[in-house]
Design a protein around this ligand. Structure first.
Ligand SMILES: NC(=O)c1ccc[n+]([C@@H]2O[C@H](COP(=O)([O-])OP(=O)(O)OC[C@H]3O[C@@H](n4cnc5c(N)ncnc54)[C@H](OP(=O)(O)O)[C@@H]3O)[C@@H](O)[C@H]2O)c1
Length: 258
């Protein structure tokens, strides 16, 4: 995939990984459509993307969990550019705590944003990509998409669902020219994801690393991507899985009690 002049859609571009991803694509001369719920933040990201070299940046209000909003967003992109080369499904929300403490609103929000959001934009995009027999869809999951984390049960479940959806869709689209890839970030700094600054979370990958991994995946959409130490941890999973559950559970339990 040649990125110069390509039309790239980034959901959840108003902060964190989405913002870093937009800037990383801008540096390669891509044209950008950025969506999220906070327009003011999107406008300042757009400004940085123009300075970084993008020839064309549009921002729009988007609530990925609302089917109508996702459809309108993708339709506007196609109206503006008459093409859509890369869709980055990045918008997401997290929640940490005990399952029995989750409110119904939180449950609905996690499923609507993290899972339905991916489905909504993908369904809106696919007809156009299939007709042209080209395009790349990159879904931002998480390490908890293959290693569920205690005290993040529903978040882990939504990311597992995104991985399952992506892999099944990849098979369904085989031979059509449309590619589907998953990116698995670990704990990533420079984001608004961990809102409690008093709670230490240990080593964090810079958002720019994850952004560069996403850009590389768009250029070579052959397979899923995760940063190297995580890939090694994934290989050790069958041996270390139980121990990791215990260790992560203990750390989180202590954090919650503090
Ligand atoms: N940070 C990490 O450690 C980490 C690790 C693994 C995976 N991830 C994943 O990475 C992705 C990006 O998260 P982040 O770490 O960059 O956190 P972040 O800074 O909180 O960014 C989340 C983005 O999603 C947007 N968003 C949330 N709900 C939305 C909705 N309903 N419609 C449209 N946009 C919505 C937010 O914008 P608005 O509030 O303006 O809508 C924001 O731009 C998420 O999918 C997350 O699950 C993060």
């Amino acid at each position: 995939m040649r990125l110069k002049g390509a039309v790239v859609v980034v959901t959840g571009a108003s902060s964190g990984i989405g913002e870093a991803t937009a800037i990383a694509f801008a540096r390669r001369g891509a044209r950008l459509e950025l969506g999220a719920r906070r327009l003011e933040k999107l406008n300042s990201v757009a400004q940085r993307c123009r300075q970084a070299g993008s020839p064309d940046v549009n921002v729009r209000l988007l609530d990925v969990g609302q089917r109508a909003s996702a459809r309108a967003f993708i339709a506007a992109t196609l109206r503006d550019h008459e093409r859509l080369d890369v869709l980055i499904n990045n918008a997401g929300v997290g929640w940490a705590g005990r399952v029995h403490d989750m409110t119904e609103e939180k449950v609905d929000e996690l499923i609507a944003t993290n899972l339905k959001g991916v489905i909504n934009t993908t369904q809106a995009t696919l007809p156009w990509m299939l007709e042209r027999r080209r395009g790349v869809i990159i879904n931002v999951a998480s390490v908890v998409g293959f290693r569920p984390s205690p005290y993040s049960a529903l978040y882990s479940a939504t990311k597992h669902a995104v991985v399952g959806f992506s892999h099944a869709l990849r098979g369904e689209l085989s031979g059509t020219g449309v590619k589907v890839c998953v990116v698995y970030p670990g704990v990533t700094g420079g984001t608004e994801f961990f809102k409690d600054p008093d709670r230490p979370i240990g080593f964090q990958y810079p958002a720019s690393w994850v952004a560069n991994l996403i850009v590389r995946t768009a250029r070579y959409p052959r397979r899923d991507a995760m940063v190297l130490p995580l890939r090694l941890a994934h290989l050790a999973e069958p041996v270390l899985g139980g121990l990791m559950d215990h260790a992560i559970g203990e750390i989180r339990r202590r954090n919650l009690q503090d």
